[in-house]
Design a protein. Sequence first.
Length: 305
Amino acid sequence: MSIPDYQSILLPLLKLVSKEDIRRKDADVALSKEFDLSDEDRSKLLPSGKQRVFDNRIHWAATYLVKAGLVVRPKRGLLRITDSGKSLLAENPKELRLKQLKAIPEFQEFFYATKSQSPQTEPTESASDSTPEERWFAAAAELNEKLRADLLEAIIGASPTFFEELIIDLLVAMGYGGSVAEAAEHLGGSGDEGIDGLVKGDPLGLDAVYIQAKRYAADNVVGPDKIQQFIGALMMKGATKGVFVTTSRFSKQALELKPPNQRLVLIDGRKLTELMIRYGVGVKRKHDEIEVKEIDSGYFVEDED
């Protein structure tokens, strides 16, 4: 069974709390059994890699029940049903969704204040199935997808010299080549039998990484012949490491080539732009004022006498 969205967790969690006070971590175990989740389902992480998806959805289901006055936290990590929660369950509801919580005045005050919106501009039901973290990551992924497309368009529209300089900046940002000046001495313009240049793989220059950089249109496909040519050039140099960078993509046959004595890395347009974003090359912060914080749980741990 797939991981339920947080709205599907609301009613089962409220029923669980109605039986006895329960810690949220224990609710995780009980609800995972109720929804028949596998260990793989339970271990699935958010894109941040710092929290499990199911834990995050239980957290928000519990938060919304608390904000609606159906559950309280008598002490940290503990959930207890309220009289309002008992009254709601006495009505034997078939489901409990966000639209029902939004009919509760206490929840309205929380929900619309935190979203800086009015009931007339609230999100659609499908959007409300996601937790705030999931909506955040989805929005970030959408923005990054557009950023990758914009980067590729800018790179393809630039000159070959600019592309070589971009590769220099990226490799140095990744820790290769020492400095931009040192890397620039070796990269670009040589066209030496399929090799455009090299950068140092270590501070002393004992481990060279040879580079092939091809600025192609996005619909171009780099075939195995280009990769074979590069591999041959590496063999002639006695090189053991090579990086082939292109703004387009590689064919399946090119990706399947396994040189016997070299470590070869192929970087296509998508991977190139991902690395540029990760290492801050050709990009900048868009919103300095947006900063997301979370509670530092360790700060609130008290020493026991």
